[in-house]
Design a protein around this ligand. Structure first.
Ligand code: MLT
Length: 407
């Protein structure tokens, strides 16, 4: 008799954004005359930068000619993209990352979810709360946790992100082996200073731990003092893996292109205490389970690093940050305390009441979709996340509707 992976039975019935999409579809079907504005899932709305479109067309034409046609590419990504990432995203910021330490993939969600496979099943986890649900759910699936009790899985060291610590958790006293960090943060929009990240790097070095650093939203940082990469911190090359994506940087959510950085110096140990470079393990996993991102998409991603691509991508993030400013100021004007929205595309609103109830109220009364904070963890209760990813017209209309609904 074939049996299931029973760890799946510990999970909530559906993934947060799938759950919200279901509720919104049911509402839309029941109220066809009341169009819904979606400020829930962080999905971009604006067209791709023209430089990316040109590169995509040119690469598609190459695929149509025998002389330039390409079949399988290197699983880790084409050298032209890995070299561009190393030069522009790392060397330009003073970080030493080699092109062959970059693994191109079809999404940071997949990378963040898959990376746990190369670690022991009894690795001790430290995970912020609230958090992007992928980090928790994939570890539950892998059997690294006990059941969920009162909204928290046994076996996870939760790092509370609350108004009192500015939504940036401090280093705990207890040791952990695998630490998930995300800055600019999803969902709170909080950013971490160099000193705060340095404390985490020091913690990882002391505990022989690894930091999984999700910096998918780094392109939204405008404060020059805030680090964009964990590798801006001395010593991070030995203890950190970083995830980045073109999704929110250049509007690639529908294109699918991201990358993980696994420096050759990041180490973990086997039962006998022998060190292993994680680069080799991830390379083995990646080449076994992944056949690479399509050539035209990688060409489009590389175009983000051209002069035109950089200024067009910057205009996109500036645009969404303009939305974020409007949202934050409107919600603050309604009397709510807000975080985020300044160096991040998410505004974390302290609504001071049940977050699903507030979600329902906005949907019913304003036909606006937000994300209930409780969906990101216990500490998310009492908050909602509003995403800045939409057209200006929709954001302005959503804010008018919210103000009318709450008046
Ligand atoms: C979010 O809304 O949190 C993100 O869009 C989810 C994702 O990037 O997978």
């Amino acid at each position: 008799m074939i049996r299931i992976n029973e760890n799946y039975t510990k999970l909530k019935a559906s993934y947060l954004f799938a759950d919200i999409a279901k509720r919104v579809s049911a509402f839309a079907a029941a109220h066809p005359g009341r169009p819904v504005i979606r400020l829930g899932i962080g999905d971009v709305t604006e067209p791709l930068p023209p430089a990316c479109i040109e590169a995509l067309h040119a690469a598609t034409d190459e695929m149509g000619k025998r002389a330039t046609f390409r079949g399988y590419g290197p699983e880790q990504g084409y050298p032209f993209l890995r070299e561009a990432v190393a030069a522009h995203d790392y060397a330009a910021r003073g970080c030493h990352i080699e092109p062959d330490e970059i693994f191109v993939s079809d999404g940071a969600k997949c990378d963040c979810g898959n990376i746990q496979e190369i670690f022991a099943t009894d690795a001790r986890l430290a995970i912020p709360d609230p958090v992007y649900p992928v980090y928790v759910d994939t570890n539950v699936m892998a059997g690294r946790t006990g059941p969920s009790v009162d909204g928290r899985y046994e076996g996870i060291l939760y790092l509370d992100s609350t108004p009192s610590n500015g939504y940036v958790p401090a280093v705990p006293a207890a040791p952990a082996d695998l630490v998930y960090l995300c800055f600019p943060n999803n969902p709170t929009g909080a950013v971490a200073t160099k000193a705060q990240l340095a404390a985490w790097v020091d913690y990882a070095r002391r505990n022989r731990a690894v930091i999984l650093f999700d910096s998918a939203y780094e392109a939204y940082i405008r404060d020059p003092q805030i680090p964009h990469s964990i590798y801006e911190i001395e010593g991070a090359r030995d203890v950190a893996i970083e995830f980045r994506s073109f999704s929110k940087t250049a509007g690639f959510t529908g294109m699918r292109c991201a990358y993980a950085v696994v420096p050759k110096t990041v180490t973990a140990w086997d039962k006998q205490g022998r060190p292993h470079a994680l680069h080799g393990l991830w390379n083995r996993r990646h080449t076994t389970k992944f056949n690479g991102v399509s050539y035209p998409v990688q060409r489009a991603a590389a175009a983000v690093f051209t002069d035109a691509g950089r200024s067009q991508a910057r205009a996109l993030t500036d645009f969404y940050l303009g939305n974020a400013k409007l949202i934050r100021s409107a919600m603050a004007g309604l009397g709510f305390t807000c975080a985020g929205g300044e160096n991040a595309p998410y505004i974390w609103v302290n609504v001071g009441r049940d977050s699903w109830e507030f979600f329902d109220l906005l949907l019913e009364k304003a036909q606006v979709v937000c994300t209930p904070g409780a969906g990101f963890g216990k500490c998310g209760e009492g908050h909602v996340r509003i995403s800045a990813f939409n057209s200006r017209e929709n954001v302005e209309q959503a804010l008018e509707r919210i103000a009318a609904a709450l008046r």
